[in-house]
Design a protein around this ligand. Structure first.
Ligand SMILES: Cc1cc2nc3c(=O)[nH]c(=O)nc-3n(C[C@H](O)[C@H](O)[C@H](O)COP(=O)(O)OP(=O)(O)OC[C@H]3O[C@@H](n4cnc5c(N)ncnc54)[C@H](O)[C@@H]3O)c2cc1C
Length: 402
């Protein structure tokens, strides 16, 4: 595919400015959608050869839900809402310890909230974008030039694109960040854990229908959900002294080593992983902390700019919110892109700071340091089922969410 010259397009009266969005994940597709709504011509560059629709649950509430609404996604997302299901806490062999009824979670998040498989969010965004965007799979950015007026992007297939703005939405290990802002090591704060998540093509045999079964032990959590065919999924996170070593091992060996002693739904999920290891999302857990999210006509959004990590439970919501606000700021400032980017960043930073701090606090919920911490967390989960205590916990959760 050849690049289209911006000037030629302007002469033909076809489009105003072009934006090149790198990464077709949640942030990239949301940015593509919002930039189109703001009147831009959109090219999306995705390194993977095809769409990446995997993943576990994502929660949209607070500003993330509001952003989904503003982006016009609710009609597509509402039918996919998983809603509230019963969670059971399980022993290492998969036997139930106790159940947390769906009503507890429901009261905590309220009605303006969606719980979705990441793949359903990706699909809603992709369907909204595919009709107008020039989406190029299987390629990435080799080099970038920025003369203050236009940004020039050379892809690794040799294509050259020129654009008014380059949006780097290529995730926590962003190539755009590396090219424009320097090496990953300058921005990554390693939290010393791994995360793995994958859809289950076959229903996990040892998890009852309509139930999410969670094992929480010292330094690790495994959750396996059985919501029927095509609606089942598994999630793992664990403390890891050598993330690079586990990444090199790959998900089958690394998750097998960290969770292979467990039975029940976890053993089912690990067996299914062996059949399709490539469908798994498997990465180290690290936050991205940067002084600036833009330089000239290059801006980062989503995990590339501010990865909050799985421990925040808010990465996709923040990706939507950040992308939506970016489009709104560009719309508000017209041709003054530097002012739009400054304004956007100033508005979003407090939310990102808050979510990153919540994530760091949340580590001990997913990977409690000791058995005593596991027991304390279980006591807390049992206690929130008592009406008086539940009310207090809900107020605290709602304050954090909004
Ligand atoms: C398949 C998948 C499954 C996931 N599952 C979970 C999960 O279960 N739990 C969880 O907490 N988080 C998960 N995540 C991460 C989660 O989606 C993000 O934290 C959040 O949604 C923010 O999204 P993002 O678009 O910024 O980053 P991502 O969702 O990571 O998307 C980045 C996109 O950029 C592409 N990309 C990367 N490098 C390049 C490059 N050099 N050039 C072009 N494109 C590039 C990637 O292929 C990807 O499509 C998953 C991510 C993916 C890609």
């Amino acid at each position: 595919m050849t690049g289209i010259d911006n000037a030629a397009h302007r002469d033909a009266g076809v489009a105003t400015q072009r934006v090149v969005v790198v990464g077709a994940g949640i942030a990239g597709l949301a940015a593509a959608l919002r930039m189109r709504q703001a009147g831009w011509e959109v090219v999306v560059v995705e390194r993977a050869p095809a769409r990446r629709s995997g993943g576990y649950l994502v929660n949209l509430h607070g500003p993330g839900y509001d952003a989904a609404e503003r982006l016009g996604l609710l009609p597509a997302l509402a039918p996919k809402d998983i809603g509230f299901f019963t969670s059971i806490l399980v022993h290492a062999d998969g036997r139930e310890k106790f159940a947390i009824p769906a009503a507890v979670a429901q009261e905590a998040v309220g009605s303006r909230a969606l719980s979705l498989f990441r793949g359903d969010l990706e699909s809603a965004l992709y369907d909204a974008v595919a009709g107008f965007a020039d989406i190029r799979f299987g390629t990435t950015v080799r080099s970038i030039t920025d003369d203050g007026e236009d940004v020039g992007v050379t892809l690794d297939d040799g294509t050259h694109l020129s654009a008014g703005l380059l949006v780097g939405a290529d995730g926590v290990h962003s190539r755009i960040r590396e090219l424009v802002f320097g090496p990953e090591a300058d921005h990554l704060v390693d939290l010393g854990h791994m995360v793995g998540a994958f859809p289950l093509d076959t229903v996990p045999e040892h998890v009852p229908d309509g139930v999410g079964a969670t094992f929480i032990g010292p330094r690790r959590t495994a959750a396996v959900m059985n919501l029927g065919p095509d609606r089942s999924s598994a999630f793992f996170t664990y403390r890891c002294p050598d993330p690079a070593g586990d990444l090199a091992l790959g998900p089958v060996s690394a998750l097998g080593r960290a969770f292979g002693d467990l039975g029940g739904g976890v053993a089912d999920a690990l067996r299914l992983l062996e059949i399709d290891p490539d469908g798994a999302y498997f990465d180290s857990v690290g936050q991205i902390v940067m002084d600036r999210w833009s330089r000239g006509r290059v801006v980062l959004v989503g995990d590339a700019a501010w990865c909050v990590t799985v421990f925040a439970g808010y990465g996709a919501a923040l990706a939507l919110d950040g992308a939506d606000r970016l489009g709104a700021a560009l719309e508000a400032h017209g041709d003054d892109i530097p002012a739009a980017l400054d304004d956007w960043e100033a508005g979003l930073r407090p939310e990102v700071r808050k979510r990153q701090a919540l994530a760091r606090k949340g580590i001990s919920r997913f990977a409690p340091p000791s058995r005593a911490h596991v027991r304390a967390a279980e006591l807390m989960l049992r206690a929130i089922q008592l009406p008086g205590i539940r009310h207090l916990v809900h107020r605290a959760i709602q304050r954090a969410n909004n």
